[in-house]
Ligand binder design. Sequence first.
Ligand code: F6R
Length: 257
Amino acid sequence: MRVVICDTVDQATARVADVIAQQVAKVPHSVLGLATGGTMEPLYDDLRKSHVAGLSFAGVTAFNLDEYVGLPADHPQSYATYMRKHLFDHIDIDLEHCFIPSGMGDPIVASRTYEAQIAEHGPIDLQLLGLGKNGHIGFNEPGSSLASLTREKVLSQDTLTANRRFFADDETMPSSAITMGIQTICNSKKIVLLALGQAKAKAVQAMIEGPVSAFCPASALQMHANTTVVVDAEAAALLEYSDHYIHAERLQRRREQ
Ligand code: F6R
């Protein structure tokens, strides 16, 4: 696991956006794994700017991590809508090549179909991840099997509380989601995880320095051969071995001296 600590949220976000842009520039037919959530919104803004500056996504295939059970793709709070709003409608990606698990119908069938689609078009070259305050990746909540494949997961109280902000007061929030499993995620060739802010500091410490354990699903990434974790100073605040990691801007300043 390569750990990169940036001074600010903007620098961390720009760094991860750049990893994705470089992947697409180098391999135009890349298979990307994509995430949703508040952390990713400014990152997708950056990718939209890269597209305006000339980067084409026309050859890219995209697989999203998860979708709420019970929400049709055109629901305002579905992750399918999120992806169109924040990225897909603003770049030249072929929507036929954008896969998101179906939140409708039988979740077992939807999960199997998704694994089959990943097997057909994959492997995923670069998987983008956020991090839940409780250490989840995708919606693999604490207690998830580290060998899990795509399946329905009941959302934890932490996640229900954290994501309530995206739903209107009178709206019922789904209580489960279809999510890529931890093994599905770890089958990706490369992984880049972005975690920002003080609220993520405890989960960041557990993911990087804690034991590999279902208590912190993201800790499974310690066993992945090509994972980069990018955090800002606040998210890195509880790291015990902070000096052992790459401090991006500090390194840059030293090089310039
Ligand atoms: C989203 C996802 C989640 C989020 C995580 C962080 O597709 O799979 O794991 O990445 O909950 O969300 P934010 O960025 O809103 O804190």
